[in-house]
Ligand binder design. Sequence first.
Ligand code: CO
Length: 215
Amino acid sequence: MTDSNPRRLQDLFENNQRWANRISTSDPEFFAKLAAQQSPEYLWIGCSDSRVPANQIVDLLPGEIFVHRNVANMVVHTDFNCLTVLQYAIDVLRVKHVIVVGHYGCGGVRAAYENADNGLIDNWLRNIKDVLHRSRARINALADEEARINLLCELNVSAQVANVCHTTIVQNAWQRGQNLTVHGWVYSLEDGRLKDLNCSVDGIDQIPDVYRVLP
Ligand code: CO
């Protein structure tokens, strides 16, 4: 099958040239500096949703934020992709903040809330169903379905923040005295604003005994 609209891909290259020219004009050394080294202070773990692009939302340039995105901003303990990003960000780049960023109206969270058959993705979304199951009473107390799903979006972020903290990677960093805080934020598609869910964790004493890794 041939590309029905080859013009559009060409647009992307043209956009790229304009963008690179614009940055080089304002800072001729920009790309040379970045090519030599990256030293971001933040790791963003967000949803793959095209409406939630990390750099643009927090208005940061290339080089300033390390990013991992998947469906519904999950941190699953057997996901070597996410764990690899986490380890590289903490052990090598030495980021100071890991930020799990959910968003209201998340399609992945909605799919987990519903009981439809979506195929393979349902296995991934099982992790959110666990959050839903644990907080069923609190969620059902809300009458409006959209409000329920938005609450589940927030609870899912808190659960993933806990998952980040329970990894050996984060706990080992704390044990060696590295300055590292894990945060949970949620983004509104409707007004472009981020909200801090105030569930930040910055030490091993703040996680339940059962998850602690002690030397
Ligand atoms: Co989403």
